[in-house]
Unconditional design. Structure first.
Length: 469
């Protein structure tokens, strides 16, 4: 029934009308007294009691291609993200968070499964998430949640196995592109903007207020550098337009979260906002993503907004990873997490930060992985690995038959541009061993299944900017 609704012409007309009523973007400020009832104040004890509640929904918003250091809360000087900054200051922000790849499919397979790319086996353009993988939507479905996924990136299409556990998993019908956005983006595609997906999400929320739900919303406007005249605040270079698009996407999040509040569901919803990878702007001579694993393409934001606001908000300074997201959410909600994951729950770090206590435990080590030949059909694998431990990043890759190894230390070089391998030989050797062991790892479910991708679908993926021969 819901699948038919989201795809119907009647819904498209309804959603189009809703866009007209929401087109004026008045940024959320839930600190105002008149809206406190929409998002009540909470304390540390309320975080601990979340697992005892039976009314908490989960909204997961994935902002494709969002690097963390372009957001105000992460130290950026431009006002790109007023909504996220204000909301994050009343929730939990993970200050040093890493994605597991710089390419959407590999990154999302790791995020969903809580396992590194070498263990998922999803590293190339035709790989499929296997049926044996236990996806979060399956866990939520088995726990009695309605499960709906709305995606706009073809790399997470159901034909690649990403629909497992979802009652409805669909690409929303595109709405007419606003005239102001088309003027600012003369090359914009006919696939519409994220507002179509947001309106589909809002309609789902309107008709499902009486049942627990898990809703996944994958936004793509930032990936496509979409913005309008109101968001055009920062210039016209490639990097400036990216910032303009962050501001536009921040307004889209405003529309969604304002409606969630007005429908009375912010006070019983855990909101998770994250990203699959970042974007490079010639810090090392190249632009874009899906090529390397340096900080600009793997350092991403992560926010948790509880069904109550925290004042002050919580900042987790411990190094965390996308594979940690669902173990953390499941622990918060008292749901058993799948076994044998690479990620782990970060609830203890959240509670420690909320109490003002120091981080507990030693630095954690994480992996980012990219097959640099992921889109080449007739060429064998060429994996590059990054091992991230606290402020250190070891990178191993192969270029033109040469093995290249680098070590960066963000404690002394925040942009990670200076190779310190020679001056820190012990750290270099230790992280190299971890990388080599990871390269020897095998997929948890055996070699991944692959599928033939027809030329039409390849062209749709190429239209996203990916180079697939």
């Amino acid at each position: 029934m819901l699948q038919r609704l989201l795809a119907s012409r009647g819904f498209l007309l309804l959603a189009t009308a809703a866009v007209a009523t929401l087109a004026v973007r008045a940024f959320v400020d839930f600190g105002e007294p008149e809206v406190e009832a929409l998002w009540p104040r909470g304390e540390v004890a309320d975080i601990e009691r979340l697992a005892d509640r039976d009314d908490v929904n989960v909204l997961f918003v994935l902002v494709d291609t969002l690097r963390s250091d372009r957001l105000g809360a992460y130290g950026y000087v431009r006002d790109t993200s007023p909504v996220l900054d204000r909301l994050g200051a009343r929730g939990v922000r993970f200050a040093r968070h890493v994605s597991q790849s710089s390419w959407t499919k590999a990154s999302m397979a790791s995020l969903w499964t809580g396992m590194y790319p070498a263990h998922t086996g999803v590293t190339r353009f035709d790989d499929i998430v296997p049926d044996e993988a236990q996806m979060p939507a399956e866990v939520f479905r088995d726990a009695g949640f309605r499960t709906v996924g709305l995606y706009r990136n073809g790399w997470v299409a159901p034909t690649f196995g990403f629909d497992q556990g979802f009652e409805v998993y669909t690409r929303p019908a595109p709405l007419p592109i606003p005239a102001e956005a088309r003027r600012e983006n003369p090359m914009i595609s006919a696939r519409g903007t994220d507002e179509g997906a947001v309106q589909a999400a809002i309609e789902f929320l309107r008709v499902n207020s009486g049942q627990r739900w898990f809703l996944y919303l994958h936004l793509m406007d930032l990936h496509e550098y979409t913005y309008d005249a109101e968001s055009a605040l920062f210039g016209s270079s490639y990097s400036d337009i990216y910032d303009n698009s962050i501001r536009w996407t921040d307004g889209t999040l405003d529309l969604l979260l304002r409606q969630l509040a007005e429908l009375g569901q912010l006070k019983n919803t855990l909101v998770v906002i994250g990203s699959d990878h970042g974007e490079a702007f010639r810090e090392r001579g190249f632009e874009g993503h899906a090529r390397y694993l340096y900080r600009e393409t793997t350092e991403v934001p992560l926010y948790l907004l509880f069904p109550f606001r925290l004042e002050p908000g919580v900042v987790v300074e411990t190094r965390t990873h996308n594979v940690d997201i669902w173990p953390t959410v499941f622990t918060l909600l008292g749901i058993e997490s799948p076994a044998n994951l690479d990620g782990r729950s970060r609830v203890q770090e959240i509670l420690a930060a909320a109490r003002g206590e120091p981080d507990a435990g030693p630095p954690t080590t994480g992996i980012a992985h990219l097959d640099q030949h992921w889109g080449q059909r007739d060429v064998g694998p060429n994996p590059t690995i990054a091992v991230i431990e606290d402020e250190l990043r070891y990178v191993l890759q192969h270029e033109r038959g040469r093995k290249i190894e680098q070590l960066y230390d963000a404690a002394v070089d925040s942009r990670e541009l200076e190779d310190v391998a020679e001056s820190q030989p012990e750290n270099f050797a230790r992280l190299r061993v971890i990388a080599e062991r990871h390269l020897e790892a095998r997929p948890a479910w055996g070699e991944p299944e692959v599928r033939e991708i027809d030329e039409l679908e390849l062209n749709q993926l190429r239209a996203l900017g990916y180079r697939i021969p």
